[in-house]
Write a protein that binds this ligand. Structure first.
Ligand code: FES
Length: 495
């Protein structure tokens, strides 16, 4: 095990977020060497990581997997050849260490002889004897069995099961696990690399391997020229990492980097979330994924061209699955069609994505999400994305017109129970938030005032608001009125 660990790897080993480590470095509690930390300094800050088994670490990993759904997180062993290659690498490192120890032993023997020879009189003989006793004591205690650090053992295990991928020039890094391709692992980590089909056809995920070993695990029809191959170009959707790798790839930094797409998808399921709210699950074809940033919307076309702009209620890490929350609006052709006539396996058209309600990922501030009724859909997408980025503090306030409008309470309560970085409170307005005028406006302001008063950190956080327009107007004015700059209050109107 190398003495220095990347922040991603160190965070994984002790079960905290990268942001938590960055804060320790910033306040001088942890020493970093070019963005890496030593095992010793990690242990000094997290002595509990000495335990063989960090229960919390396992618990959080497990819940995160469940939160994103089993279909996304198929945690399997790496491909047999990849596993063999990683074990070989580890064996080489072990052999090198053993060789070093042998050389050290030879050196100690020579030193012994030299010390004996250099003692010319009684006084220097005594000095040499004391020196030899000291060396013997130090060498014996260093070699004592059982001194190995549990973190070292865990890191060796981690390096067999995972590989670290660093992306240039953005500097993002993430861990690749199981049989994931480089593209899948990046998406799980919330890093929007450039891609199109994710099936080896379009070539949009072509990227250069700067260092490390990759292995093709999926067939691709797209042909990479010999010139590109010789420069290390591969398809991220068809290759996995055998060792830690550095790649040169394009990462979408803004909504402008995501192309407009038109995709025919299939309805996978339609489930009632509440009396007037449906969960619509559509799946894109194997040869075409929808690229979007968490929090964005698409235009959905069903039946004889019944159309609506809907926020996506899942995160881009969810592979081919795109989820929507559709509210019943009597007399609205789209909503009537979805509630009364749309069938599983039916084709629907997706166009987009659109919208700028996305996470400001570079912000070091805590995240405060306010979902008003069905505004939970884009908020859910953002929260899932924030979780995959290991955001340190995520707060959700779900304000429902009635209890019925808080239509997925079990999901968010489960997150709150399981994740230390996720905090949830629900509030009932007691009136229709789509008609928040007059007295109701004052009432909503009072409710928001109480929320702010109960949390000192809120005013320092980034605020994300989503829901019906009338409620959002009040909420936005309320937060701006507290002196928050407009750049820290993001708003998304959900009809
Ligand atoms: S995303 Fe199309 S070839 Fe990889």
């Amino acid at each position: 095990m190398s003495n220095l660990l990347s922040l991603t790897r160190a965070a994984r080993l002790v079960g905290v977020s990268r942001v938590a480590l960055q804060k320790k470095i910033q306040c001088g509690k942890m020493i970093s060497h070019d963005g890496m930390v030593s095992v010793e300094s990690l242990l000094a800050c997290y002595p509990e990581a000495q335990l063989e088994d960090t229960v919390e670490f396992q618990r959080i990993s497990m819940i995160k997997e469940k939160a994103f759904g089993k279909r996304v997180f198929e945690r399997a062993l790496p491909d047999a050849e990849v596993l063999a290659a990683r074990v070989t690498e580890l064996s080489k490192a072990l052999a090198a260490s053993q060789l070093q120890i042998q050389k050290l032993n030879v050196f100690l023997n020579k030193l012994w002889q030299r010390l004996d020879e250099s003692a010319s009189n009684a006084e220097s003989r005594e000095t040499m004897e004391n020196l030899k006793l000291w060396i013997k004591h130090e060498a014996t205690s260093a070699m004592e069995p059982g001194f190995s650090n549990p973190l070292s053992i865990r890191d060796s295990m981690l390096s067999v099961m995972t590989a670290q991928v660093t992306v240039l020039p953005s500097g993002h890094d993430f861990l690749l696990e199981g049989q994931d391709t480089l593209l899948e692992a990046a998406m799980r980590a919330g890093i929007p690399l450039n891609y199109g089909c994710s099936g080896g056809n379009c070539g949009l995920c072509k990227a250069r391997v700067v260092s490390g070993l990759v292995k093709k695990t999926r067939h691709h029809d797209f042909v990479i020229s010999e010139a590109d191959k010789s420069q290390g170009f591969v398809l991220l959707c068809s290759n996995t990492a055998v060792s830690d790798v550095v790649i040169e790839a394009v990462v979408a930094g803004s909504v402008q980097d995501i192309p407009f797409q038109q995709i025919t998808a299939t309805v996978k399921s339609i489930d009632a979330l509440a009396q007037d709210m449906l969960l619509l699950h559509v799946q894109t074809p194997r040869s075409q994924r929808l690229r979007f940033l968490a929090g964005q919307s698409v235009t959905l076309r069903v039946g004889e061209s019944f159309v609506a702009d809907l926020p996506i209620a899942s995160c881009p890490c969810d592979d081919r699955n795109v989820l929507f929350h559709v509210r019943r609006q009597h007399g609205n052709l789209f909503s009537d069609y979805v509630f009364d006539r749309l069938k599983v396996h039916e084709s629907v058209e997706l166009e987009g994505p659109q919208g700028e309600f996305i996470l400001y990922e570079k912000s070091p501030r805590a995240l405060y999400f306010f979902a008003f009724d069905g505004g939970f859909a884009p908020i859910k997408s953002l929260i899932e994305h924030a979780l995959s980025l290991n955001a340190e503090h995520i707060h959700l306030h779900w304000i429902g017109s009635t209890q019925e409008n808080i239509y997925m309470p079990n999901v968010v309560r489960a997150w709150a129970d399981a994740l230390d970085n996720f905090h949830y409170l629900e509030h009932i307005a007691g009136f229709d938030l789509r008609a928040a005028t007059g007295n109701r406006e004052a009432h909503l302001q009072q409710q928001l005032g109480k929320i702010v008063d109960s949390d000192d950190g809120l005013i320092e956080g980034d605020i994300y608001l989503a829901g019906p327009e009338s409620a959002l107007l009040i909420a936005e004015q309320f937060f701006l009125g507290l002196g928050l700059p407009k750049t820290r209050v993001s708003v998304n109107v959900v009809k």
